[in-house]
Ligand binder design. Structure first.
Ligand SMILES: O=C(O)c1ccccc1NCC(=O)[C@H](O)[C@H](O)COP(=O)(O)O
Length: 216
């Protein structure tokens, strides 16, 4: 199962979290976020990571030119679209960034949001389901109503996000496991403060995940 830890801002924490077992690290490229990191800082961290760790830049409602520039400067392997990007936008981004993983985040407010997954699933590599918050785009610590996920069957792999913690991770996965479920994404649930990861909690997370038969 893929585990993505998002909101990395510090080199030592990125390296430690990769060593603990994260297959993907997320870097917030949204300037308004308290977890924002510059392309220069991302590059410094990325250069020290094992090559098999995915390096995902998180963007929201920005231009394709900006994403391409940051992806090149930071040496990203993937980009996550966390705003109101349309399906056509995803198509255009693919043309500009062939070979880069595109993750489309859906902020799930009602079951109707899940129905919009179909239009993205044939265009992007991965979907990510996050919780809806009226004022914040991500890193909110709010959970999705996992009961809504029982009928979720997208045509591409998907990650579960939103308020996941070492304490609730096994229940969340139990609810999410199903067609094309590929992993989990955590941020505030393994933090001391925004952008400052709690390595004890990250270790607790991987200890919990090791109880799952299909982990790794
Ligand atoms: O984390 C942020 O500050 C952020 C800001 C703007 C857009 C997206 C953002 N985070 C996206 C993520 O992938 C988070 O990991 C995801 O929202 C889950 O967060 P959490 O509920 O804290 O685990």
């Amino acid at each position: 199962m893929r585990v993505k830890i998002c909101g990395i801002t510090k080199l030592d924490q990125g390296i430690a979290i990769a060593r603990l077992g994260a297959q993907a690290l997320g870097f917030i490229c949204v300037p308004a976020s308290p977890r924002y990191v510059s392309p220069e800082t991302i590059r410094l961290i990325v250069e020290q990571l094992p090559k098999n760790v995915d390096r995902i830049g998180v963007f929201a409602n920005t231009t394709i030119e900006n994403i391409c520039q940051v992806a090149a400067e930071s040496n990203l392997s993937g980009v996550q679209l966390h705003g109101n990007e349309t399906a056509e936008y995803c198509d255009r981004l693919r043309e500009f960034l062939p070979g880069i993983e595109i993750i489309k985040a859906l902020r799930v407010k009602t079951p109707e949001t899940l129905a919009t997954a179909a239009v993205y699933a044939v265009r992007v590599d991965t979907l990510l389901l996050d919780a809806y918050h009226p004022e914040q785009l991500g890193g909110t610590g709010k959970t999705i109503d996992w009961m809504m996920l029982s009928e979720f069957r997208p045509q591409c792999p998907w990650l579960l996000a939103g308020g996941l913690t070492p304490d609730n991770i096994l229940n969340a996965i139990d609810s999410a496991i199903g067609y094309n479920f590929s992993g989990v994404d955590l941020s505030s649930g393994v933090e001391i403060a925004p952008g400052d990861k709690d390595l004890t909690k990250v270790a607790q997370l991987f200890a919990k995940l090791s109880q799952l038969a299909n982990h790794r």
